[in-house]
Design a protein around this ligand. Sequence first.
Ligand SMILES: *Cc1c(COP(=O)(O)O)cnc(C)c1O
Length: 462
Amino acid sequence: MSYCSTRGGVASVDFADAVRMGLATDGGLLVPEALPSVTPQTLGEWRRLRFQDLALEVMAPFVGDALPRADLVELIDRSYATFAHPEVTPVVEVGDTSILELFHGPTAAFKDVALQFLGNLFEYLLARDGGQLNIVGATSGDTGSAAIAGVRGKDRIQIFILHPQGRISPIQERQMTTVLDANVHNVALRGTFDDGQRLVKALFNDLSFKERYQLGAVNSINWARILAQMVYYFYAWGRVADRLRGRPVTFAVPTGNFGDIFAGYLAKRMGLPIERLILATNRNDILTRFVASGAYATGEVYATLSPAMDIQIASNFERYLYYLVGEDPQRVRALLDEMGRTGRLRVTGEEHAQVQRDFTAVAVDDAATLAQIRETYETTGYILDPHTAVGVRAGAGQADLVCLATAHPAKFNEAVREAIGCAAPAPASLRGLMDKPTRCVVLDADIAAVRDYIGEALAARP
Ligand SMILES: *Cc1c(COP(=O)(O)O)cnc(C)c1O
């Protein structure tokens, strides 16, 4: 399988190179040059597979010759052995809704599904092909801890995660700072999340620093993350297929960067019988407005009860645009130019009609999020986290629905308590965090301070 850039400046790179590249060198995102399709007969066979074996079948055509099959088997097995549930991503029945629980990984949020795999894959490629990777990222909470959990203790990888001091939840902070592996470097910035993002951007723009220290990112644009996320759409369908009796399934997906729901969109393009993909956002509704109007325009970012979805620009949106305009890189570039010049882009009437066939978009505010947590708890006893509650609310009334549960409720107990007056019990991965030893340095939100710290930490490596 070969990959190309959505902007046309990169073509014919294999899976390993696509993973190493992350962002395409022309500034675009990497996509497969052709999607494999899955026949109804194959789908029927996949229904009986356990998660790891299904992951192998879904991933193998995308990996192609870049890795021997036996090595891919081993990577998959190791990546999902860290999950606390034997089914990895089980589907549970809650009232008349099916919930796909994606939060049984080490940090209790769905990003583990992709980042456990990506961490092992990076380690494998570096061991095989040589080199070294120094990951630098800023986090407002969830991504940092999942990235750290994905690469802790791995050879040839160092990770630096910047978080705003005192501005993330105590659990999220401890999930990062209690990781004491020598290759993990937590930095608490005297500043905001935006300061962290600005500093990381500045480091990546400092090309001599970037090359000297082989900086890499783990944000949601890496193709391997999308690939790992496609698996659970097939898996969930297999779990509910008997009940569907041949009818297609509908998924409700809490969405921020568009990565998770884009994986579902690709599964549908490959032949998975999906009736609707419900794109659920919180008050930060740039994507909902796009589906409603055909215009994509940035706005202000609001803080909500579902903070992992508080985004202004959905980093995977460009991949969807590419398919929407018929895999035409020139047209993608024209739309992005328009966005760069004017702060907005607008697709044609025909394309807009296609968008509305692809997605049903619903924005859910904090009051409705709390109401949903309360209602589900009162009628079924099941506790939703606020991100999942946004999806469940958005999917209300749909038949044959599977809602993606993206975080364990105990990770967001402040909102849970506000909704139902009590907290969700913590899973083993979140217990005892407040009593463990921590390591973290505190730095000013200043480029020189951060650059010096990273340089010194890397120079001290053997
Ligand atoms: C990251 C995240 C999301 C949003 O996923 P995207 O791929 O960015 O759309 C939703 N819920 C939780 C808990 C997350 O951590």
